[in-house]
Design a protein around this ligand. Structure first.
Ligand code: SF4
Ligand code: SF4
Length: 77
């Protein structure tokens, strides 16, 4: 199974938000989009919809979770 993570320069264009068939993407603090992993169906529609290459694909849940943490820690608080 592939895991999708928004872990790069999200421009908050909302394309993935509207494209996701599972409503598994939320907008956080009006500055970035985030995939709700528990709701994600792993379909890849968000990846295809992002023109900014802000979504990465990981092969397993642990790698995806590590990427989420890395990205969170890299952002200014
Ligand atoms: S992989 Fe599919 S279900 Fe998961 S967030 Fe992306 S569009 Fe939504
Ligand atoms: S489509 Fe890409 S740039 Fe647009 S909100 Fe989603 S992750 Fe961010």
């Amino acid at each position: 199974m592939k895991y999708y993570v928004i872990d790069r320069g999200c421009k908050l264009c909302d394309a993935c938000y509207w494209a996701c068939p599972a409503k598994a993407i939320r907008i956080v603090d009006d500055v970035r989009a985030e995939i709700i992993q528990d709701q994600c169906r792993h379909c890849g529609v968000c990846y295809d919809s992002c023109a900014n290459e802000a979504i990465s694909i990981y092969d397993d849940a642990a790698a995806a979770q590590a990427a989420i943490v890395r990205f969170a820690q890299s952002r200014p608080s």
